[in-house]
Design a protein around this ligand. Sequence first.
Ligand code: NAD
Ligand code: UFG
Length: 357
Amino acid sequence: MAILITGGAGYIGSHTCVELLNAGYEIVVLDNFINSKPEAIKRITEITGCTFKFYYNDLLDKKSLEEIFLENKIEAVIHFAGLKAVGESVYIPLQYYHNNILSTLVLCETMKKYNVKKLVFSSSATVYGAPEKCPISENSPLRALNPYGRTKLMIEEILQDLYVSDTNWSISILRYFNPIGAHESGQIGEDPHGVPNNLMPYIAQVAIGKLKELNVFGDQYSTNDGTGVRDYIHVVDLALGHLRALEKVTYSTGIEVYNLGTGKGYSVLEMISAFEIASGKKIPYKIVDPRPGDVAVCYADPVKAMESLGWIAKKGINEMCEDAWRWQNKNKNGYEKNLHIESPHFIPSEDFLIRSK
Ligand code: NAD
Ligand code: UFG
């Protein structure tokens, strides 16, 4: 029996594949590399010493997805695939709705057809909009503020409706806070296209000398030092949260939402100084206007995940910064060694991949 991972070549997906393989799971991975590179798949095999089936498919392609279900004994699905850039989603909302929502519909229809009803879904703390209070618990009001966030909220609602229609489904909706860091090997990590939008990859690229200085978006928020506060979580802790959620959906039915965060908030200036210590590099920065749409403070109440999944984030910001720096330092231009892909459907070449274990 295998676990299908959609979007498994991406930042969070690749780290989750590593943890699943380390734990002995058989995995089948699907990605269309719209926001990732084949090299990530190769690195997963190098870190773990395990092989797995990889499908170079678009999740929107229902026929190809059905083939995956016919060729493999899929037991459960972890669904990472989606477009994720908040700013971009404002400019190309139709692509976001089309890709994120339609692909989830295609996935769920196919799962239903093949009687696979165990699903772990990547949602986001963005569904809380501008939270009224912190820490944010799962039953806080939901209010998405941009097209990306609305795709997450709509998918959550679609999954709730699906469960109401058939209580044999077992679904975990995971609302991630701010994933940062990288695998301790420095072999896989976050590889944004172009200039990063998010704080940690931006800082890392300043440290390595690719960017001149960091723009700190506002220092007049009502926080300790005036800069924005977020709940940064190590991507490996986040990946391990998926293993706990997978166990949950495997052994029970129902639909549950879990925050995956640490419960602690750090300001932008605190993150700069933690990164300076981890890297031994000075991070030049200047204060600029606040970024439109940003909230002052956002951190999780992680108690439900602790009580129901037995999961807790263990790694602190020093480790997050050290691992992010190791990845950046070893891979100045990310996964620049881009492997060539010949077939749009399946990559069988021996030096690349990999049929079953
Ligand atoms: P990512 O972009 O690195 O990974 C997503 C992967 O999905 C990419 O490899 C991309 O190529 C693939 N993909 C997208 N559309 C596809 C399609 N139609 N068919 C096949 N593959 C497709 O993003 P990530 O940071 O790893 O995030 C994973 C999930 O977690 C996303 O759904 C994202 O919205 C959500 N999330 C991310 C964050 C974050 O800060 N990184 C926070 C909250 C939620
Ligand atoms: N920031 C800067 N300068 C930068 C980038 C960010 O000062 O160049 C600040 C922001 O103003 C904010 C903090 O750093 O105070 C974190 O910003 P990020 O862009 O890294 O993260 P966000 O909290 O804005 O958003 C991220 C993801 C969203 C997701 C959300 C919650 O981008 O998709 O976390 O999970 F919804």
